[in-house]
Design a protein around this ligand. Structure first.
Ligand SMILES: Cc1ncc(COP(=O)(O)O)c(C=O)c1O
Length: 441
């Protein structure tokens, strides 16, 4: 272990590795030949029926299921390594600290960050965006400035900017969504990207439509006017290779629980220069250098932004999830989702009255499908499918502006991940036919 400037220890000692190692067990035969059924077998939730039916879980956009190795990592940590971190001068605490910092290094490698010191553990993507809005935003946004986001954002990437804009007298502007294609109206960027824009917030992959946005172009053009770019990677980091250095964004946020890790684990990645200049978000223990009666000086990032006892076991679980997904290979994850999306689109075409929102070209989309079956209400659709053991999501998906643009109150949404197989598509399509029959479509 090496002590760093902020007093945080970076884990480099292999003896600190938890005894559970995160490999995708039998799943990996060969880089490009994954046994996806064996991947599914890594997830104990599928060992049991739900309501007397095998589970077809199609709500990974909301949260993913957890592989055994992640569950075992939590059990292992609490059984053998549990202690608070960064302050205990005893072996157990030092080992827990090393495991926590090792998880940070794994996350950094997973997103190709320059340094693990650019990785801040948060509870989820929402907290990560709020951290940027409260810290960077309050220091850098003023009256007359513009914050530019898109009509495709999750509420997590809207509400913090509304609060900030209202407080600072700034303007919140939106890149509009083309309802016909489910893509951003990029031709509007010329007018929207003025030198008043100080921050651009954009979702990498839409949780409501599955659309993959042209974020490279948005980042490049935002930088041309001097704006900082926050990329919401909640639906990209779990599903495809994401390289923050290649993308060139300034902040990236994502949630561990959507990528096989425990709930309560999330990440803010920020460019080091930006993080170094940012004031604290929350104050308290572990984020200070020195506290006097009247004032305090603060630790360097990442500690500056991790006040109080963090979600230690959850962060270590996120490290195990990064190992698990890396063992499969993120390019293979993406290839699997492209293949299952292609199959899903072919099968969806057989269902009369079914409308898919968002792009129909698998190269432009992730494996999240929002749909409407004639005028079957989404909540009824979810109930009918639930009675068949199929878990989907119904409603606005925390994307009211997207729903306004589509002129719908909500949609039904089925999302696929590494443990889904073509047979899950078949069960969904059978369920859609049943719903059509019930509603006389
Ligand atoms: C695109 C996107 N951004 C942000 C979030 C918020 O994630 P969390 O609830 O984990 O903070 C979600 C959750 O669904 C999402 O899909």
């Amino acid at each position: 272990m090496t002590a760093t400037m902020s007093g945080i220890r970076e884990a480099t000692d292999p003896s600190c590795t938890p005894t559970v190692t995160a490999t995708a067990t039998a799943a990996i035969a060969h880089d490009s030949a994954i046994d996806w059924r064996a991947v599914k077998a890594d997830f104990p939730i599928f060992d049991h029926e739900v309501g007397g039916k095998p589970l077809t879980y199609l709500d990974s956009t909301a949260t993913s299921q957890k592989p055994r190795v992640v569950i075992d990592t939590l059990h292992e940590f609490y059984s053998h390594h549990n202690a608070n971190i960064h302050r205990g001068l005893y072996a157990l605490s030092e080992a827990a600290t090393a495991m926590y910092e090792q998880a940070r290094a794994k996350v950094a490698r997973f997103i190709h960050a320059r340094s693990s010191r650019e990785v801040i553990f948060t509870r989820n993507a929402t907290e990560a965006i709020n951290l940027v809005a409260y810290s960077w935003g309050r220091a850098n946004i003023g009256p007359g400035d513009t914050i530019l986001i898109t009509e495709m954002e999750h509420h997590a990437d809207i509400v913090p900017w509304q609060i900030l804009a209202q407080e600072k007298g700034a303007t919140l502007a939106y890149i509009p969504l083309d309802p016909a294609t489910g893509t951003l109206q990029m031709d509007k960027l010329d007018d929207l990207l003025t030198d008043k824009v100080k921050l651009v917030g954009v979702v990498h992959v839409s949780n409501a439509l599955g659309t993959i946005n042209p974020v490279e172009e948005i980042i490049r053009r935002a930088h041309e006017v001097g704006a900082v770019v926050l990329l919401d990677g909640a639906q990209s980091v779990p599903h495809m290779p994401v390289d923050v250095q290649a993308l060139g964004c300034d902040f990236l946020v994502f949630s561990g629980h959507k990528m096989c890790a425990p709930t309560g684990s999330g990440v803010l990645w920020g460019r080091r220069e930006l993080l170094n200049a940012m004031p604290p978000f929350l104050g308290g223990g572990d984020m200070i250098r020195r506290v006097t009666m009247q004032s305090s000086t603060y630790a360097e990032p990442p500690a500056r932004f991790e006040a109080g006892t963090p979600a230690i076991a959850e962060a270590i679980g996120l490290g195990a999830a990064c190992d698990y997904l890396s063992a499969i290979g993120m390019a293979n994850v993406r290839a699997h989702e492209v293949a299952i999306s292609q199959y899903a689109l072919e099968r969806f075409a057989e269902v009369p009255g079914l409308h898919i929102f968002g792009p129909l070209d698998v190269r432009q989309r992730g494996a999240t499908f929002s749909f409407a079956l004639a005028d079957v209400p989404p909540h009824d659709m979810a109930s009918i499918l639930d009675s068949e053991g199929i878990a989907i999501r119904a409603g606005h998906h925390c994307c009211h502006p997207t729903m306004f643009a589509l002129d719908v109150a909500g949609t039904s949404r089925a999302s696929f991940y590494i443990y889904n197989l073509n047979e899950d598509v078949d069960r969904l399509v059978a369920g859609l036919h049943k719903a059509a029959q019930i509603f006389g479509v």
